[in-house]
Ligand binder design. Structure first.
Ligand code: NDP
Ligand code: OXD
Length: 306
């Protein structure tokens, strides 16, 4: 077997060492223009030239959960695109989202500012019944996040394309379920994949349906959010704030108004990082399963877009 590695923005050497250790019998190399044809590729943001040259690939393993960037490229015919299926990401996402929800709900930013100013003062406890959290996307990450929020007794709503049942979570699905889902939610967490159906889904109309004092947590993709609509809803007072981990352009350009906005908390696309050892173990297991003709989880449906 011939395995090729093509990772833009990621150091290739440790991945190469891990894959070589997992496949001592195979040839595992970093792709260079003109490299030999490989059977399997492990990629992050590969250039189109890589795919144009590697026309014999049977499987393309993405070292991330989102495949939106990959699906914009012309892929070799018949290649199976496989996304990372948790591999240590869902627990990180649950930590990040619970932290953001609780920080907002308990007004910890306000307390931090008070303490820095030498001010000892209390805020009136808020009722968590008034802080229903809506999780958009109930896949590998969204379901884990919804379950984690339930541990803190927040009312939790979830929205997916097809109907789901998750204990303790009010579930909604499809276009018909969207309006009820949004109007039941005060805090909105986005964990949808970026597809033609979900691009710009966080806009004036949808965010405007959240309960007054709404709060947005976007941890999926920047292109889900219409930036100007978020700013307008913050200015109007309909939304109380936002925590954003992902942006239309990354790194976020220095002149972007999000940087200085007092009601926006930013992090640099770090809510759920790809963990190398877990990812290599998962990918190696799937390559072995494919070799043995067994089915694997995480194969992307290119028509559906995720
Ligand atoms: P999954 O594919 O497991 O889940 C996607 C969920 O979204 C499913 O529940 C699916 O519904 C739902 N969905 C898709 N399209 C629609 C639609 N049109 N309407 C309603 N629901 C829809 O993805 P993951 O949970 O693994 O990851 C989600 C996204 O998180 C990734 O695509 C990526 O963009 C982002 N991400 C961000 C990271 C970060 O660090 N910021 C890290 C990792 C991922 P159904 O169940 O019915 O199919
Ligand atoms: C991913 C990401 O999709 O890191 O895995 O955003």
């Amino acid at each position: 077997m011939n395995i090729t590695l093509c990772c833009t923005d990621t150091k290739a050497e440790p991945w190469l060492a891990g894959l070589r250790a997992a496949f001592p019998e195979a040839t595992v190399d970093v792709w260079q223009p003109g490299s030999a044809q490989a059977d399997v590729a492990v990629v992050w943001a590969p250039p189109q030239r890589f795919l144009d040259e590697q026309q014999a690939l049977k499987a393309l393993f993405n070292i991330g959960a989102g495949v939106d960037a990959l699906l914009k490229l012309h892929l070799p015919p018949g290649v199976r695109v496989v996304r990372l299926d948790d591999a240590g990401m869902s627990v990180q996402m649950a930590e990040y989202v619970c932290h953001a929800v609780i920080r907002h709900f308990r007004e910890f930013d306000g307390y931090e500012a008070d303490m820095k100013a030498g001010k000892w003062s209390y805020r009136r406890p808020r009722d968590r019944k008034d802080f229903a959290v809506g999780v958009m996307g109930l896949g590998v990450l969204g379901e884990r996040v919804a379950r984690a929020l339930r541990v803190f007794d927040f009312p939790v709503h979830g929205w997916s394309r097809t109907p789901k049942a998750i204990e303790g979570v009010f579930t909604h699905s499809g276009e018909v379920g969207l309006e009820t889902f949004l109007s039941a939610s005060r805090v909105l967490v986005n964990l949808l994949p970026l597809t033609p159906d979900t691009q710009d889904i966080l806009n004036r109309q949808t965010l405007g349906r959240l309960q007054p004092g709404g709060y947005l947590i976007n941890v999926a993709r920047g292109a889900h959010l219409v930036d100007a609509d978020l700013l307008a809803l913050l200015d109007s007072g309909h939304l109380a704030g936002a925590t954003l981990d992902v942006f239309r352009t990354e790194p976020l350009p220095p002149e972007h108004p999000f940087w200085q906005h007092p009601q926006i908390t930013l992090t640099p696309h770090t809510s759920a990082r790809t963990l190398r050892d877990e990812s290599i173990a998962q990918i190696a297991g799937k390559i072995r399963a494919l070799e043995a003709g067994q089915p694997i989880a995480g194969v992307v449906d290119a028509i559906r877009g995720y």
